[in-house]
Design a protein around this ligand. Structure first.
Ligand code: CAA
Length: 257
């Protein structure tokens, strides 16, 4: 059902493992790959066979080594602005606002647009060999897929300033210490661990999780508390709320549809 040139999509037990697959370019994000990701997320949103999405990169070396430098090397200012605007709208914001939880399984380099992709995901786990950074200033650029906005929120403004100015990469251990990734595991364990987390999530109420994503994302805006109240209220009218509370009272596990 899901057939793409630059993505491998494997759906099993309601979990979609999505592997970005341009190994010859360390999975750098060119237009075709970005289009594939955008189309996948549009389709996944309404696919009842998918409850949780895991994003990873093919190979053992790289998650995503950034936007494809060769593709934009001769762009002018207008084209550069379009690249960032279209990318943010069609891919990065779409991932952040996905109704289904998105876990980035960072299996190696996550640089530039690669780290931005991991940061647009709902949370991140990494393998011990992962290296994460925003090296755009070494190219005479700044991050353009949300990096200047999402990195300070995740690790604090001062650390983000230093990381972007120096272009230094964080090791997986350091990324864990500063909260950029939630867990670090051996590379051979990475996908298993991501699936284990995804399985746990998939057993909880998907409608509640959808509202949780919406409310947590609203913490970046100034109406977060209102969104939380509205979502909280909406959930009382859902079947899952009846099932979850009745199961608690009957001392059994809930069975969410
Ligand atoms: N774009 C296009 N091609 C890339 C790429 C990228 N971002 N990153 C790697 N590649 C290609 C290389 O050109 C190389 O291809 P060839 O064999 O055809 O020359 C292949 O992938 C393998 O890469 P290396 O030989 O460089 O591998 P390495 O092990 O020596 O180095 C690396 C690995 C440190 C990740 C290095 O490839 C690198 O620095 N890549 C670029 C990282 C970067 O600057 N990313 C930011 C991009 S800008 C951006 O993302 C803008 C934005 O925010 C929107």
């Amino acid at each position: 059902e899901y057939n793409y040139n630059n993505l491998i999509v494997e759906v099993e037990n309601k979990i979609a493992l999505v592997t970005l697959n341009r190994p010859e370019a360390l999975n750098a994000l060119n237009k075709d790959l970005l289009d594939d990701i955008s189309n996948f997320f549009t389709n996944a949103d309404s696919d009842s066979d998918i409850r949780v999405i895991i994003l990873t990169g093919s190979g053992e070396k790289s998650f995503v080594a950034g936007a494809d430098i060769k593709e934009f090397a001769n762009f002018d200012g207008h084209q550069g602005e379009q690249l960032a605007a279209k990318g943010q709208e069609n891919v990065f914001d779409k991932i952040e606002n996905s109704k289904k939880p998105v876990i980035a399984a960072v299996n190696g380099f996550a640089l530039g647009g690669g780290l931005e992709l991991a940061m647009a995901s709902h949370f991140r786990i990494a393998s011990t060999n992962a290296k994460l950074g925003l090296p755009e200033v070494t190219l005479g650029l700044i991050p353009g897929y949300g990096g200047t906005q999402r990195l300070p929120k995740l690790i604090g403004k001062g650390r983000a300033m230093q990381a972007i100015m120096t272009a230094d990469m964080f090791t997986a251990e350091r990324a864990y210490e500063i909260g950029l990734v939630n867990e670090v595991v051996e590379q051979v364990e990475l996908i298993n661990r991501a699936k284990e987390i995804a399985t746990k999530i998939s057993k909880n109420s998907s409608v509640a999780i959808r509202h949780a994503i919406r409310a947590i994302n609203a913490s970046d805006k100034d109406n977060g508390f209102e969104v939380e109240i509205e979502s909280f209220g909406n959930l009382f009218d859902e079947e899952d709320f009846k099932e979850g509370t009745i199961a608690f009272i009957e001392k059994r596990k809930p069975n969410f549809k």
